[in-house]
Design a protein around this ligand. Structure first.
Ligand code: COA
Length: 333
């Protein structure tokens, strides 16, 4: 039976690093507060003028080369981002303007922290049905372009960082590799618990001076609500994908959770009975890079040898929307 698998990966983070001490120079915060509550020590920040398609280009080039392919082999781009380069069109099209792909379809996914799993799931279904053979799946964010780096925005600004990751998903007939199954969920009644309100789609002109004065163009988050919902939703969707595929948690070789907060990661690992050595955490170095987090973790886990051919890899994420998702796959490279 035709299924999909990953044969190439890449990631890129901009070179500038802002430590917690650097953040404390901009706002009333401290290394101790940030580390204790989140595990974050530093984040990478893009220069002004660099957008998410610029970071994505570097990650995509690596992933395509790693797959032993050229751009001409790719027959669809799926781009997950929370911060598209422009209000419209999507960043998949902006990426096409920077890399020659011909006229292949270019699709944006706006599922925030869950975006990369939604994107992989969509790629899997396009491949399984035979509509595509080789899909470039990218997650990229330049959060720093839209964070309030003053004390007013400190509850959100300290959490996020910039970066990009990409994978190339291809068709395979091999039953012992690739995506086994996934779960996708959303509960839109909580859409206002983590959002950027402006620009508005229902206000003439989309943005007013008053909205800017009220900082409505910056993210707003009910951090406690996010925390409260995240842990049970992570656990539910992990159990669901294991049940769908007939595997148990003991079978999982590596768990890559979306990196929102080390406390969430640790609680999920403990509740699911996963030993710490099977749970990936890189939030200390990057902060929360939203749609880029999972592919960055995949690349680093390949580099450090934790993710290898035949590993049973579990991915799970929770984020704004609220949305949450999981995916189980047999890694094939
Ligand atoms: N530095 C110092 N103090 C800060 C701060 C910062 N960066 N941000 C907020 N504070 C202050 C608050 O103003 C508050 O002060 P007060 O008690 O005088 O009112 C105090 O710290 C506690 O704030 P609170 O929001 O209750 O902290 P918390 O323990 O809930 O931790 C989060 C805040 C954001 C770290 C936590 O709620 C969290 O991790 N939530 C999940 C967020 C997340 O993962 N988002 C991404 C989703 S994918």
């Amino acid at each position: 039976m035709r299924r999909s698998t990953v044969i190439g990966t890449g990631f890129y983070v901009p070179p500038d690093i802002w430590t917690n001490e650097d953040m404390a120079k901009l706002m009333d915060t401290s290394d101790e507060w940030i580390q204790e509550r989140t595990g974050i020590k530093q984040r990478h920040i893009a220069e002004e003028g660099i957008g998410c398609a610029d970071l994505a280009k570097v990650a995509a080039e690596q992933a395509i080369a790693d797959a032993g392919m050229t751009n001409q082999d790719i027959d669809m781009i799926i781009f997950a981002t929370l911060i598209p380069d422009v209000f419209f069109p999507g960043s998949a099209c902006v990426l096409q303007s920077k890399m020659p792909f011909g006229t292949i379809p270019a699709l944006d996914i706006r599922q925030q922290c869950t975006g990369f799993i939604y994107a992989m799931a969509i790629a899997d279904r396009f491949i399984r049905t035979g509509w595509c053979d080789n899909i470039l799946v990218v997650g990229s964010e330049v959060h720093s372009a839209g964070l309030d780096f003053t004390t007013r925005g400190r509850d959100v600004a300290v959490l996020f960082g910039d970066g990009a990751g990409a994978v190339v998903m291809v068709s395979t007939e091999n039953e012992n590799e690739g995506v086994l199954d996934f779960t996708l969920h959303a509960e839109g009644e909580h859409y206002d618990k983590l959002l950027i309100p402006a620009p508005y789609g229902y206000v003439r002109g989309r943005i007013t001076h008053e909205m800017i004065d009220n900082a409505e163009h910056y993210p707003k988050m009910d951090g406690r609500a996010v925390f409260r919902h995240a842990v049970p939703r992570f656990c539910e969707c992990i159990s669901e994908v294991l049940e769908k595929t007939g595997y148990s948690i003991e079978d999982v070789d590596l768990f890559i959770p979306h990196q929102a907060n080390d406390r969430i990661t640790n609680m999920v690992g403990e509740r699911m009975g996963l030993p710490a050595e099977k749970v990936v955490s890189n939030i200390a170095s990057y902060g929360n890079t939203t749609a880029a987090t999972i592919p960055i973790c995949i690349c680093e886990s390949r580099q450090d040898g934790r993710l290898k051919k035949d590993s049973l890899l579990l991915l799970a994420a929770f984020g704004s929307g609220f949305t949450w998702a999981s995916l189980l796959m047999r890694w094939s490279i």
